[in-house]
Design a protein around this ligand. Structure first.
Ligand code: CAA
Length: 257
């Protein structure tokens, strides 16, 4: 399928989605959102795909929500249409998604990276929530997800000053899982996604669900949830295969069942 603002490829069991609006540093307009929803839906329907990599260009993962599209919005329209609520579908992707970030990940760009399961950043990545400079605040989850990722002090610093942080600071702060040289970014992200996709799909999806639950509930409830998911994996053929393969010292052949 051809998209106006995305390039979508498959690399074995990995879906690679590239945001492609170079003229606007990949600013996230309504076309990007609707196309991302379509691309994610197609990749979720495709049983051959086990993981997704979301990326941008070398210069920008995404420089934010599209300011030109937003500038004339009034309160009533924003409220009636629950502006930005459509991004929940991207955040709720059930297959694992890795953000491969190079260059600017600002405002909505940083927020979309944080909607992914983890971020691999190139040394050139710059993260920030500069909405305050436009007299608004983060609207796609930045005040919540950034605070959970890096804690109150750093989140307040970034959101109130609007400053950017580089990849090293982002890694130190816990926003980014790994920092790699710019020319290795895509290879590293695709390799990590291929590794994830090589495991049993149900186990991967439950692992993701369990970690995400940690942000939604108490420790006791989270532990109970984890244990129930753990128990349920013993109903899968892949659990039998994985453990039998270990004991027989051979490679497992998972069927995603
Ligand atoms: N929306 C729309 N267009 C954007 C954009 C955005 N967020 N970011 C960049 N562009 C456009 C510029 O307008 C420019 O277009 P023209 O050539 O037509 O003028 C083009 O992309 C290139 O940008 P610059 O010339 O500014 O490039 P630069 O290298 O000098 O600067 C930058 C790069 C520092 C990232 C700068 O573009 C910038 O500050 N961008 C805006 C960042 C921002 O404020 N993001 C937050 C948006 S609000 C938001 O995201 C709300 C939310 O919570 C979801």
């Amino acid at each position: 399928m051809a998209y106006e603002t995305l390039i979508v490829e498959t690399h074995g069991a990995v879906g690679l989605v590239r945001i492609n609006r170079p003229q606007a540093l990949n600013a996230l307009n309504s076309t990007v959102l609707s196309e991302l929803k379509q691309a994610y839906a197609a990749l979720h329907l495709d049983d051959a795909i086990g993981a997704i990599v979301l990326t941008g260009s070398e210069k920008a993962f995404a420089a934010g929500a599209d300011i030109k599209e937003m500038q004339s919005l009034d309160f009533v329209d924003a409220y009636k249409n629950d502006f930005f609520s459509g991004w929940a579908e991207i955040a709720n992707a059930r297959k694992p998604v890795i953000a491969a970030v190079s260059g600017f990940a600002l405002g909505g760009g940083c927020e979309v990276a944080m909607m992914c399961d983890f971020i691999i950043a190139s040394e050139t990545a710059k993260f920030g929530q500069p909405e305050i400079t436009l007299s608004v605040i983060p609207g796609m989850g930045g005040s919540q997800r950034l605070t959970r990722a890096v804690g109150k002090a750093k989140a307040m610093d970034l959101i109130l000053t609007g400053r950017m942080m580089d990849a090293a600071e982002a890694e130190r702060s816990g926003l980014v899982a790994r920092v790699v040289p710019a020319d290795k970014l895509l290879d590293e992200a695709l390799a990590a996604a291929a590794k994830i996709a090589s495991y049993s799909g149900p186990a991967v999806m439950m692992a993701k669900e369990a970690v995400n639950r940690a942000f939604e509930t108490t420790l006791e409830e989270g532990l109970r949830f984890e244990r129930r998911l753990f128990h349920s994996l013993f109903a899968t053929e892949d659990q039998k295969e994985g453990m039998a393969a270990f004991v027989a010292k051979r490679k497992p052949a998972f069927k995603n069942r």
